[in-house]
Design a binder for this molecule. Sequence first.
Ligand SMILES: NC(=O)c1ccc[n+]([C@@H]2O[C@H](COP(=O)([O-])OP(=O)(O)OC[C@H]3O[C@@H](n4cnc5c(N)ncnc54)[C@H](O)[C@@H]3O)[C@@H](O)[C@H]2O)c1
Length: 249
Amino acid sequence: MRLADKVAIVTGGASGMGAATALIFAREGAKVVVADQLAAEGEQVVGRIKDAQGVARFQPLDVTNEKAWEQAVAATLAAYGRIDVLINNAGISGSDPNLLSREVWDKVMTVNATGCFLGMRHVIPEMQKAKRGAVVNISSISGLSGQTFVHMAYNASKAAVWMMTKSAAVQFAKDGIRVNSVHPGLMPPMRTSKLTADPTIRAKMLEAVPMGRDGRVEEVAYASLFLASDEASYVTGTELVVDGGYLAM
Ligand SMILES: NC(=O)c1ccc[n+]([C@@H]2O[C@H](COP(=O)([O-])OP(=O)(O)OC[C@H]3O[C@@H](n4cnc5c(N)ncnc54)[C@H](O)[C@@H]3O)[C@@H](O)[C@H]2O)c1
């Protein structure tokens, strides 16, 4: 098993790519902390993991809340004794028709960029003590290019995730910690998607994908699995794009 005996926190683990990541990580031997604001959905993911003889627990977490992070780290250590892997996956969409809204800017930057930073701020000290760890930050193709119908806050927040990944990688390599980013392309709509959930807009977006289809949540989870595992022991500070060729066009 590719994550045998590792303890992994997956933020946004109640839905979409986070849920797929939690399920696959558990199947690969990890003890998984499904951390999310959505308790019922998160408990459901934990239930599916346990039904498959895996080990998991749900942790209520708002990634923007320092206290909640302190509690999540403490609860994980109390339950499993260590934290080997952090997947900073929780996020909200920026596909809002009001492209110059200050409110959207503040909210998207706080959840997507600050939330990712806070994950590293609270988990990296534990990894430093253990002298090992792998962090995977979920960015997006939107962190590497602009888009016509996505609020620039989403692009900026995902570019921040991309770049803070590189900062953390160079700053904490000496502590045995690897930090990488994954950049999904056109995936199933997020719970918070507006414009990008519209079938007409999605059809237009698909025209820009050389593979001609959107991605499956598992296809992103497998990229995180590689980066979280010891197979990636010499990989840090880099980005893995999972986009059906979108950015290559
Ligand atoms: N769906 C896409 O097209 C796409 C493409 C590229 C990147 N991404 C990124 O992938 C990640 C996962 O997205 P998804 O498609 O699975 O979306 P999703 O909406 O299905 O899942 C996001 C999860 O994050 C959780 N979340 C949101 N705000 C939170 C907060 N403050 N604290 C804790 N949890 C919070 C939600 O409750 C939800 O469970 C996000 O970071 C997203 O930006 C998505």
